[in-house]
Structures are given as C-alpha cells and as structure tokens.
Write a protein that binds this ligand. Structure first.
Ligand code: GLC
Ligand code: CA
Length: 509
C-alpha cells in the first residue's frame, strides 16, 4: 500500500477547462503546470487528471483513440512527462484517467475489428455473428460496418465495449470466456498501457467504470480477478503507484479487486446522496437547514463498508465530480462550508473538484459540449480573476462560457475574503495534514447526539460537532478541550455544547 495515500488530498482537474496558455480556448498541460503552485497552496498533494489522450471527444475524452498519445489540443507526451516531473518536485502526485472498458470507435483496434476478414483484433471487441442477431438484453449497434455482426457498447454508441469475456455464457455462438486468449490479450493490452505511463512517471490511475470489464458477471467475480492480476503487477513493479475505482462498492473494489481506493459516488438514494443531495434541491439531505435527512441512513450504509475495507484501502469522499451537478446547485454557502468540513475530516482520501474551492456554480441551460449533456454545467472553465473569460483564456471562443453573473466567484475575489468557501476549504485541508488523527486511516467513532439532526464523530483526540439545521441545538458532552476550528457560532463550556443554526465545531480533547 503506497504510504502517501494516508495523507493525500486530491484535486480533480478537467484539463480542457482549467487554464489555457496558448489562447486557443482550451485548457492545456502547460496551464496545469503554471497552476501547480495554486494546487499546492490549496493543500492538495495529488491530482486526478480527467482523460488527456487522443480522442474524437464524443464523450469528452472518455472515448480514447490512442491510449499512448496525449491529445494535441493539450500538448505532447513530453509536456505530460514535464508535468509529472515538475509536480513531483513540488510533492504532488498525478493520477491519469484509465478507461479500460471501451475505446472510441475510431481506435485503430476497432477499425481492424470492423473489417470483414478476420485479423488480430477481431475479438478485441464484442461482436455477434451476424447483423440479424441482436439480443435485446445487450446494447448493440447494428449495420455500420462491413463485418457481418453487431457490436456491443459500454456507454455511448461510439464507445464499443472491449472484450474481457463473459462470466456466464448465454450465447455461445459469439460470447467468449474470460480465459480465451483474445480476452486475455485485452487485459494484457491494458496492463501495457498502464506500464507505458507509469514508466514515464504517472503515479497511478483513476479507473473509469472499473466494474464494467467482464460481461454477465453480476457478482463481479471475474472482473475482480482481472483487477487482482493488475494489482499484483503494480505491487511488484510500481509499489508506490495507486488505483482508485469508479465503482462505489468498497467490498468489491477494495477487498475483492485490490483497488487502493474506491469512490463514494452520488447514486440516487445511497448514503452519499442522503448526506448532500437527497430530495429535489437537496432539501431532504442531512446537510440542509430544513433537512429531514437521518444520519442513520448514511451510517448504516457507510460504516459496515468502512469496517470491512479499512485494513485494505480507502473510501473516497468527493466534493463533486465532472458527472454530477456542482453542490452549489443544491445548497447555500453556509451548508457548503459544513459539507466541506465533513468531507475533509472523514477517514479515507478526499477529492476536491476544481472550482469547488471557490463555490463555482453549476451553470444551467448550456448546450451540450462533447457528450456532456446535463454534465455541461459542471464542466465550465475555472474562474481565476476578473476580466476576459474570468482569466481562463484570452480566446473569443472558450471551451465553454464562464459564469456571467456580476458576483461570479473567482480565485482572486475569494482568496483574501475570510468568509469565503476558499478560506474554509484551505483551512480544513491544512488541519487534515496537521493532525494525524484526521488522516485517511485514523480511527472513527460516530456519536449519537440526539434525534435532532445535529451529530458528532470522534477521530482520535479530535471531535467534530455538526449542526447543519436551522434550529439551535444544545447537548451535554463528555468531552472537554480546546476549539481548534469552527464555522458559524458554536461553543463548549461546562460540559455543554451550544450550537447556533448551521454551525460546526472541531474540538481537540
Ligand atoms: C465515467 C466517467 C464519465 C464517462 C463514462 C464513460 O462514468 O466519469 O464521464 O462519460 O464513464 O466513459
Ligand atoms: Ca490551449
């Protein structure tokens, strides 16, 4: 297990929207290099870079055309290596985004697989034996190539699923087993891609749709076997590199598959959504002034997973990601501050989505860009300062528009404001680094505060008290100590905690 994960705080960068240095309207690697000190000042010591590889961008780069080539619009492979080197010199690790389940339909493997005559790549993807064979239980694309067969997709139509085989074979005419040499070759090809970038200095990968490899594998038994093989390779050859799964099933991802980390994603009705995004506008979440949330709905789901996997890896809380509306779509500034207090004081490895540190808004009503659809509003350019495109680019035609409101948050206007979200986020990250009790593997004990929606948890010698509601709250406490951080108005004296609405208290006992 790479030790650095225990104190890691990640920053997710969507490269096309971060910082454009050559005026073409698209963020680039040079832009990330120029902003590394900014990332470091936030307190982040690791970056997850969304896909940066050659692609026709039908799904913002999650449709990879060449796994081993940086998309020219971002720079060159040499630029990426330079980014690794400069980041490392500043103590920042970089995870790339690995998309193992599918490629673009323009990937050379797929161009070969589409051909009528059999060749080395005919079984790299999943084709039926004839175009008249399109079993409705699979997502198939029909009649687009000279090969007589339909191909299975993994996400959008132009993202054919790579063939790692089928766990249960229901159509033997065209489904291969996972130990078929062609399926083994697919897994080897993915390892080859991983080695290619880790040899160049990448510190590992965020793995896209990590559970999607083997088909008809409901329990994910065969998919887990492939990942364990990959973990073995990493332990042997790249023991300092890390993998984080887009899976949201810690037992399967961490214990069964060997991922070092797994994301707690926003899935409707799960613990993450109940904390932050439950109800129409988050109005039924635990974090909401009028919240009707109930903490138990979260802890009943989270704690068993946490206990089950804490020896083997980390569950990752994120402020947001590029696939969901920003939290600003749901909550007021005070609630967002409290949410950050939660995310940066919980165990595991926290992820901060670019722009969340300044409370960037989810921009509604934008025309879809590069297959983003409803996700477009979370992918708008980073807002650095006053002026053209809020400092993102000098172009007249930026990747996406920036927030045009008069009070659009920028780094410049947030940085020195003691009441800003930026201030809270950077303070909390600094505290997380400072107190080992707040690190990824520090202990955790939830304390029932009462049936009021205020709650508390202890991590080593630190106790975190939250009152996310609009009502005043007080309770007896067995703890005594110094308040080392607070949001809103709250105090402790003579064994009593008194919390004004929407407040947070961090106590060192
Ligand atoms: C993941 C990515 C998402 C992408 C999809 C297909 O969910 O996060 O952005 O569209 O996979 O690769
Ligand atoms: Ca550019």
């Amino acid at each position: 297990m790479p030790n650095w994960l225990n104190d890691a705080v990640f920053y997710e960068i969507y490269p096309q929207s971060f910082y454009d240095t050559n005026g073409d309207g698209i963020g680039d690697i040079e832009g990330i290099i120029e902003k590394l000190d900014y990332v470091k000042d936030l307190g982040c010591n690791a970056i997850w870079l969304n896909p940066i590889f050659d692609s026709p961008f039908m799904d913002a780069g999650y449709d990879v055309r060449d796994y081993k080539k940086v998309a020219p619009r971002y720079g060159t492979n040499e630029d990426l290596v330079r980014l690794f080197e400069i980041a490392h010199a500043k103590g920042i690790k970089i995870l790339l985004d690995l998309v193992p389940g599918h490629t673009s339909d323009q990937h050379p493997w797929f161009l070969e697989a589409k051909k009528a005559e059999k060749n080395e790549f005919s079984d790299r993807y999943i084709f039926t034996k004839s175009v008249w064979d399109a079993p409705p239980e699979y997502r198939m694309i029909c009649g687009i190539c000279e090969r007589d067969g339909n191909y299975m997709t993994n996400f959008f139509s132009r993202q054919p699923a790579l063939n790692f085989g089928f766990h249960e074979i229901t159509h033997p005419e065209w489904q291969l087993s996972t130990d078929d040499p062609a399926c083994q070759a697919t897994a080897e090809a993915m390892k080859d891609v991983m080695r290619f970038w880790m040899d160049k200095g990448a510190d590992g990968f965020r793995v896209d749709m990590a559970d999607s490899l083997v088909k008809n594998d409901d329990e994910k038994i065969a998919t887990a076997r492939i990942w364990r093989g990959i973990r073995e390779m990493m332990d042997k050859e790249y023991p300092e590199c890390a993998l984080v799964a887009e899976w949201c099933h810690p037992e399967r991802a961490i214990n069964n598959s060997g991922f070092h980390m797994d994301f707690y994603l926003d899935h409707e009705g799960n613990g993450y959504s109940r904390l932050f995004r439950y109800g129409n506008f988050g109005d039924k979440s635990i974090f909401h002034p009028n919240g009707q949330g109930n903490l138990k709905a979260f802890t009943d789901e989270y704690l068993p997973n946490y206990y089950l996997t804490q020896e083997n890896g980390y569950i990752c809380f994120m402020t947001d990601n590029h696939d969901i509306p920003r939290v600003t779509a749901y909550h007021d500034t005070q609630t967002i501050k409290l949410i950050n207090a939660f995310i940066f004081t919980m165990p595991g490895v926290p992820f901060l989505y670019y722009g969340d540190e300044i409370g960037m808004r989810y921009l509604k009503g934008l025309v879809s860009k590069e297959g983003a659809y409803s996700r477009t509003g979370s992918r708008t350019p980073m807002q650095w300062c006053a002026g053209k495109n809020l400092g993102f680019s000098t172009s007249d035609n930026p990747y996406l528009p920036v927030d045009s409101s008069d009070d659009a948050p920028t780094v410049e206007n947030q940085k020195d404001d003691p009441n800003s979200i930026y201030r809270v986020v950077t303070d909390l990250i600094a505290l997380r680094h400072q107190y080992a009790d707040l690190h990824g593997n520090g202990e955790l004990e939830f304390m029932t505060v009462s049936d009021h929606l205020a709650f508390a948890y202890r991590r080593g010698s630190l106790v975190m008290y939250f009152n996310p509601t609009a009502a005043y709250f007080e309770t007896e406490t067995r703890f005594n100590g110094d308040v080392i951080y607070q949001i809103g108005q709250a105090e402790i004296s003579n064994g009593k905690i008194q919390m004004q609405p929407q407040s947070f208290l961090l106590l060192q006992t």
